[in-house]
Design a protein around this ligand. Structure first.
Ligand SMILES: CC[C@@H](C(=O)O)C(=O)SCCNC(=O)CCNC(=O)[C@H](O)C(C)(C)COP(=O)(O)OP(=O)(O)OC[C@H]1O[C@@H](n2cnc3c(N)ncnc32)[C@H](O)[C@@H]1OP(=O)(O)O
Length: 256
């Protein structure tokens, strides 16, 4: 069985690197990938050694969002809800991991890929990448709870504006609005680079404390309710004719 998600723990188990590994599909998130990611995140929740988790993609992309083959098809609203909920649960588990998390955005991200990045505490982006909450272009909204998380990461006015525009932005723009904490070249984003040294220098206790403080500072109960509502809303849009046409157009375009 191929591994669609890889987990690498560095020698002293200080850093866990979680890599989405479907580069030929731009690391689009299939149902199989969700299952594997879920198991890895559960393992990290139980972990008593790791100081830091980094989530990244196998080059050239970070993540193209939900795999439109798996999430599409002739399904009703309840089935759509059931499928979307699976990844919402994973995003929730990532959000509430007990250690700091970095979305190590090595390349482009679209749709659910941006939602995944929003579930991380910090985001480092590749200067050559392009990034967008493009769900609006597919006649849906964010469907895994990542739109709700976006409101927690940047100014609400800017989050609202981005979701409605559904536009694709540069790395520098992401830094300007505070979505990304740093913009780096591909070489700088190589692992074991000094970029993560500041984190590793801090003690386990410090990092776990700051993470706990970060989570306490958010109203998690309310956050979960807001994410649930987002999934519900998207599941209704998912079965619309407009969405089905938009997905069919994507695959037609790629056939040419
Ligand atoms: C389902 C949840 C929902 C949410 O809650 O947010 C979503 O995520 S909806 C999905 C949103 N994502 C998209 O709309 C992105 C669609 N993809 C693209 O726009 C482009 O592929 C790209 C990501 C900009 C990359 O472009 P490029 O580098 O030119 O590569 P290709 O277009 O040739 O793609 C290579 C390969 O990958 C397949 N692919 C890409 N994205 C997806 C996807 N989201 N689902 C399924 N497959 C995807 C693409 O079809 C190509 O496959 P082959 O033709 O077999 O080579």
């Amino acid at each position: 069985m191929s591994d669609d998600v890889l987990l690498y723990l560095d020698q002293n188990n200080q850093t866990a690197i979680v890599t989405l590994n479907r580069p030929e599909k731009r690391n689009a998130i299939s149902l199989k990938l969700i299952e594997q990611l879920d198991q890895i995140i559960d393992q990290l929740h139980r972990d008593q050694q790791t100081k830091l988790v980094m989530i990244t993609g196998s080059s050239p992309a970070f993540c193209a969002g939900g795999d439109l083959n798996d999430f599409h098809g002739d399904i009703g609203q309840e089935e759509a809800h059931h499928l979307l909920k699976k990844m919402q649960n994973v995003l929730w588990k990532i959000t509430t991991l007990p250690m700091p998390t970095i979305g190590w955005m090595n390349g482009l991200a679209r749709g659910g890929g941006m939602e995944l990045a929003s579930a991380c505490d910090f985001r480092f982006v590749n200067e050559t990448g392009t990034y967008g909450f493009t769900q609006g272009q597919l006649a849906i909204s964010t469907g895994w709870g990542g739109g709700t998380l976006l409101y927690e990461r940047i100014h609400p006015q800017e989050a609202y504006y981005w979701l409605v525009n559904a536009d694709v932005r540069s790395a520098v723009q992401l830094k300007e609005i505070g979505f990304a904490q740093g913009v780096f070249s591909s070489e700088q984003l190589e692992f074991n680079h000094p970029l993560i040294e500041p984190y590793i220098k801090r003690s386990y206790e410090q990092l776990r404390h700051w993470k706990s403080q970060w989570l306490t500072n958010q109203d998690l109960q309310m956050l979960k309710i807001r994410m649930d509502k987002e999934v519900e809303a998207c599941s209704h849009m998912w079965v619309s004719r407009e969405h089905k046409e938009a997905v069919a157009n994507f695959f037609k375009r790629n056939e040419k």
